[in-house]
Design a protein around this ligand. Structure first.
Ligand SMILES: Nc1ncnc2c1ncn2[C@@H]1O[C@H](COP(=O)(O)OP(=O)(O)O)[C@@H](O)[C@H]1O
Ligand SMILES: [Mg+2]
Length: 299
């Protein structure tokens, strides 16, 4: 039975790129936009969560969405991953419209949500098998791809342990492995390191770097951590109230914020306050629930 042949041929294209292991992949190869949004908007009642957003993300880059709680980062990602219909505007991923061609979009993307997406009562290997089926990876290729993903994410020795015994960092790496078994062209990571200790965070950063080097994937991630964005991202967009208020490399953002500004100062200027402001009364619930979710991940 021929099964999942479209995903396979997509992957072939990626793998047959002559220089896929070349360091030039570490920078965008061209200005070809693999994600393009036009006046993309999402309302919840009277709240405008994403507001007429125009954005281009280039093939091969790591793009970071920074912003305080409630800025609209997750809502934007949910629209781009076809999980939430836009209220207005359009977006294309790899040329496919997120509304008219949602099934095609889903085939070329991977998504690691903010919330937990691995089953604690299964082993790492079993979780990966579930996702290999979900993503239509051809049966004869499943075991090799799973083995590959386990090695790439540093989980080969823990493959047959129950996920509820994994650390938070291992779970996150497993989730990344799950969402890349079909070799997506674009990978979305929503808060990939929230709740992880600094060592586990660095591990995840390393894995993200390897993924991109190996598959040449375009990566869109959201984060609260400025140093994470600075370390991983070619370009950063700072979101505030549903809009991207400034976009560029770290150096460009620092420049735009005024000579001699740091990324923290640029963030404070464009994001509408410092991250500490998120911990004040109005948003205490969001901060607590983030911590809770992070704690839950390791249970
Ligand atoms: N399902 C929903 N129903 C109502 N409001 C929502 C929903 N999802 C998000 N929001 C609101 O939309 C805004 C943006 O949220 P979100 O995209 O989760 O922000 P971020 O990921 O940047 O923290 C917030 O004000 C949030 O409360
Ligand atoms: Mg979010």
């Amino acid at each position: 039975m021929i099964c999942g042949y479209i995903a396979e041929s997509d992957a072939e294209k990626i793998f047959s790129m002559p220089d896929r292991n070349n360091a030039t992949l570490l920078r965008p190869q061209s200005a070809e936009a693999i994600i393009r949004t036009s006046a993309l908007t999402r309302n919840f009642g009277t709240l405008v969560a994403v507001d007429r957003l125009d954005l281009e993300v280039f093939r091969g880059e790591v793009f970071g969405l920074l912003g305080r709680n409630g800025a609209g980062k997750s809502t934007l990602i949910k629209m781009l991953t076809t999980l939430l219909p836009p209220s207005a505007g359009t977006a294309q991923i790899a040329g496919f419209d997120i509304a008219a061609k949602a099934a095609d979009v889903r085939r070329v993307i991977g998504y690691v949500p903010q919330a937990l997406s691995a089953d604690g009562d299964l082993t790492g290997y079993e979780n990966l098998l579930v996702f290999a089926r979900l993503y239509d990876v051809p049966p004869r290729e499943r075991s090799a791809r799973i083995q590959d993903a386990l090695v790439l994410m540093g989980l080969a020795d823990s493959a047959h342990r129950l996920v509820k015994e994994y650390s938070g960092g291992m779970i996150r790496r497993l989730e990344i492995a799950q969402s890349t078994l079909h070799w997506p062209r674009v990978l979305f990571l929503d808060e990939p390191t929230v709740g992880l200790d600094p060592v586990a965070r660095r591990d995840v950063w390393g894995m993200i770097g390897q993924l991109r080097q190996r598959y040449g994937s375009t990566i869109v991630l959201t984060t609260h951590y400025l140093e994470e964005a600075a370390e991983l991202c070619d370009r950063i967009g700072i979101m505030n109230k549903g809009r991207i208020v400034v976009i560029g490399t770290v150096a460009e953002l620092e420049d735009k914020a005024g000579g001699g500004s740091t990324l923290d100062e640029a963030f404070a200027k464009y994001a509408g306050g410092t991250l500490e402001a998120d911990l004040t009364v109005g948003t205490a619930y969001a901060a607590t629930s983030l911590t809770r979710r992070a704690a839950d991940r390791t249970r």
